[in-house]
Ligand binder design. Structure first.
Ligand code: ATP
Length: 257
């Protein structure tokens, strides 16, 4: 099966420091892959290269076999490769539902027209409510976007990605900054997306229990290099990974070094 996402010798140097170092990776469609590695291993930089926020010093990114190195983050999102925090078009003064509906409409190329009959927007509203239900935010449909909690904002960002029909979701530490009470809910959202079966997900997380619960495969970055890539079982048993990284902290249930 042709990979939906692929990198070839992907490399970036900041001055003398190589943050991502010749990473060759492939992601089959509909796979759920997590990216782990100690602080500073290059995980977020790797995401920035895939999403187009950063340009590689060397190497390339392919989406569905197409070289996308010259595309901007917005162009990549439009193709179906989206990163959650990249969605900056959340209007703080509109409701949660209105935000998602605008994303659905923009995907369909329909601008708001006050003379259009209400019923023509009905299907957009229905689809938006379905998406809000997937991200467990249907109860907040009428809340003003700026007034929802941090955890709910992360869900709204995921909702916007779904509204844009994103095929590959890049989720960079979705639980970061969340209160303990909020974590199970976002975990449920991500699990629902996985169970939906039609999305490909690349997830950076430090919570090892969450990674083991969700992932079809795990890639390990260490000093910018791809140390290992395999099933959760293979990664947990991989001696190089254990020595380099996991070995020191078996009891803390965290992917932090
Ligand atoms: N714009 C930049 N300029 C210079 N150095 C950078 C830049 N961005 C990242 N780095 C460096 O690249 C390395 C990798 O950073 P990165 O944030 O990708 O790691 P990470 O694995 O995501 O870490 P964490 O788990 O702490 O989020 C670090 O040493 C970091 O200081």
């Amino acid at each position: 099966m042709e990979p939906i996402l692929q990198t070839e010798n992907l490399t970036i140097r900041f001055g003398g420091h190589t943050a991502v170092d010749h990473v060759n990776f492939t992601l089959p469609p509909k796979e759920f892959k997590s990216v782990i590695g100690p602080n500073g291993a290059g995980k977020t930089t790797f995401f920035n290269l895939i999403s187009g926020e950063l340009k590689p010093t060397e190497g390339s990114v392919y989406f569905k076999g197409r070289l996308i190195d010259s595309l901007s983050p917005v162009e990549r999102t439009r193709l179906g490769l989206g990163r959650s925090f990249q969605i900056t078009n959340v209007f703080p003064n509109l409701t949660v539902l209105e935000n998602v509906r605008l994303a659905v409409q923009s995907r369909e190329g329909v601008r708001y027209n006050p003379f259009r009959h209400y019923s023509s927007y009905k299907k957009f509203t229905e689809e938006s409510m379905e998406i809000l239900s997937t991200v467990l935010l249907d109860g907040k449909a009428d809340a003003i976007a700026s007034q929802i909690s941090h955890g709910e904002k992360r869900k709204l960002e995921i909702a916007m990605l779904l509204a844009l029909d994103t095929e590959v979701l890049l989720l960079d530490e979705p639980t970061a900054g969340m209160s303990l009470e909020e974590v199970p809910s976002i975990l449920n959202v991500i699990r629902k997306i996985k169970e939906g079966g039609d999305k490909t997900v690349l997830l950076i997380e430090h919570k090892m229990d969450m990674i083991l619960d969700l992932s079809d495969s795990i890639m390990v970055l260490f000093n910018g290099q791809l140390l290992a890539d395999g099933t959760p079982e293979e990664i947990m048993q991989n001696e190089t990974v254990q020595n380099a990284y996991l070995g020191g902290m078996p009891h803390e249930q965290t992917a932090h070094a």
